[in-house]
Design a protein around this ligand. Structure first.
Ligand code: ACO
Ligand code: OAA
Length: 442
């Protein structure tokens, strides 16, 4: 292993030298890096009925940035959440909306919710033979291994008819909480020397309630906690066709691949720290700031440290303030606003006002620092994951599960996009790369 490390260290410089392309060359050939134009707008690659993300509007013929809006199948996400009754959970109903394209009536909602509860089960001995084998602190990897293994239990894996894909998607949506929590429980037991418990899901509980019940040794949770988690899941369910993991879903689907392989690919994309993995990185960053800033309630001290982070001199040396910025939103991410309203109440309830002050200091200073130190064409604001980790922490959800919580929600969006891709497209996605290779022979 040491020999291999020595070798790759030696070769690194050669790889970089031979592969490097200057950003000027991209400009010269009009190639949009990251499939984004100079102003950060994504290259148009598809049409969708599923959701809409609004970050600007036209005033007197001029495009102007506006507060972000997120629409699911014709409805504003905040309104969908707001319209739920105090004792009503929305994950199941909104999953139906995204998958089927219309809100369910009472009977349809009951039928779908019951079905999800019945599907929330794993093949015999799957937990023992697959999930508990080689447990990992990386729950996203553990889940991906489980998803791919589930394919071997499906007698109709390759059939891409809509009814079969819908069956596979509903099954996976129901199973995701088990893959995540049992994966964590195995890791907690074998790697962290915690006690082992595997609670069976209850088909009469909602997705959010099941997650909390299965996570806790005593199975206890409050209604408020389950409602907050339900809201978090709804907010993470869907975000257009262009986000990295959903686009991955579209790309892999277009090659004719099966549902398990497609969803596994989406999982691999989501876990990246610039995408769904950001919720975990935010918490690491907060810890790092607390360890290096003597008074986190002092905006000036926080600002100085954030400048170091952006200058790649502190934290993970990547130059990113996690939880800030978005590929589409500029002035605001509507989901962050919803999270913030819960955070303020929860922080008060749990005596975490000091931590909240640190978050607010970052929220207030980071946009200006990023704008000053980077080329920003649109504004930067906190994104959905700036506060989500803080909320999960206050719900007692372990950090290792934060990105998995995102996946439990986003699999609904991936499923809807896989189905839409299968219905509307019959074309393999295959963009072009211009070769700038130097030919060494004729
Ligand atoms: C669920 C989600 O996926 S939400 C996003 C979660 N990700 C994060 O929170 C990670 C931190 N944020 C980021 O890395 C970015 O904001 C992204 C990946 C989300 C979007 O990046 P981009 O599409 O490049 O955003 P944008 O066009 O506004 O960025 C312009 C410049 O600002 C930089 N920038 C954007 N956000 C940040 C940030 N949070 N910290 C430091 N620099 C940033 C970009 O790197 C880019 O710099 P460059 O021109 O030197 O390459
Ligand atoms: O849309 C994006 O690029 C990122 C994403 O998935 C989200 O914000 O939920």
């Amino acid at each position: 292993m040491n020999k291999l490390n020595e070798y790759t260290k030696k070769q690194e410089e050669i790889c970089i030298r031979n592969d490097y392309v200057s950003p000027i060359v991209f400009q010269e050939y009009g190639v949009n890096r990251g499939l984004r134009d100079e102003n950060g707008k994504g290259v148009l690659t598809g049409l969708t009925h599923i959701s809409d993300i609004v970050s600007s509007h036209t005033v007197n013929g001029k495009k102007e940035a506006c507060d972000g809006q997120l629409w699911y199948r014709g409805y504003r996400v905040e309104n969908l959440i707001h319209d739920l009754k105090e004792d009503e959970y929305g994950y199941e109903k909104i999953a139906y909306l995204l998958l089927m394209g219309q809100l369910p009536d009472k009977e349809q909602e009951k039928e779908f919710t019951k079905l999800l509860g019945q599907c929330r089960t794993l093949p015999t001995n799957f937990t023992r033979d697959v999930i508990m084998k080689a447990p990992s602190e990386d729950i996203m990897n553990s889940m991906t291994k489980s998803i791919l293994t589930l394919a071997s239990y499906d007698e109709n894996v390759k059939d891409t008819s809509i009814s079969n894909v819908l069956r596979q998607c509903i099954q996976l949506i129901a199973e995701f909480p088990l893959l995540a929590i049992y994966g964590y429980n195995a890791y907690n037991h074998y790697e962290k020397y915690g006690s082992m418990f595997i609670h069976h899901p209850d088909p009469n509980l909602s997705t959010a309630e099941n997650i909390l019940m299965m996570l806790r040794p005593d199975k206890k949770y409050t209604k408020t906690e389950a409602k907050v988690l339900d809201t978090a899941l709804i907010l993470h369910m869907e975000h257009g066709g262009g986000n990295n993991s959903t686009f991955t879903t579209r790309v892999v689907t277009s090659s004719g691949s099966d549902t398990y392989a497609t969803i596994s690919a989406a999982m691999c994309s989501l876990k990246g720290p610039k995408h769904g993995g950001a919720n975990f990185k935010v918490m690491e960053m907060i810890e790092d700031i607390k360890n290096h800033v003597s008074d986190t309630s002092d905006p000036d001290q926080v600002k100085t440290y954030l400048e170091k982070i952006v200058d790649k001199e502190a934290f993970d040396h990547k130059g990113l303030i996690y939880g800030m910025g978005h590929a589409v939103y500029s002035i605001s991410d509507p989901r962050e606003r919803v999270f913030k309203s819960y955070v303020v109440e929860l922080a008060k309830e749990k005596g975490r006002e000091k931590d909240l002050m640190l978050y607010e200091n970052i929220e207030n200073t980071a946009p200006e620092i990023i704008a000053r130190k980077r080329k920003i064409y649109k504004g930067v604001s906190p994104n959905v994951d700036f506060y989500s980790g803080f909320v999960y922490e206050m719900l007692g959800i372990p950090q290792e599960l934060y990105t998995a919580m995102f996946a439990i929600a986003r699999i609904v969006g991936w499923s809807a996009h896989r189905i839409e891709e299968l219905i509307c497209m019959d074309k393999i996605i295959r963009p072009a790369y211009m070769s700038i290779m130097e030919k060494k022979e004729n």
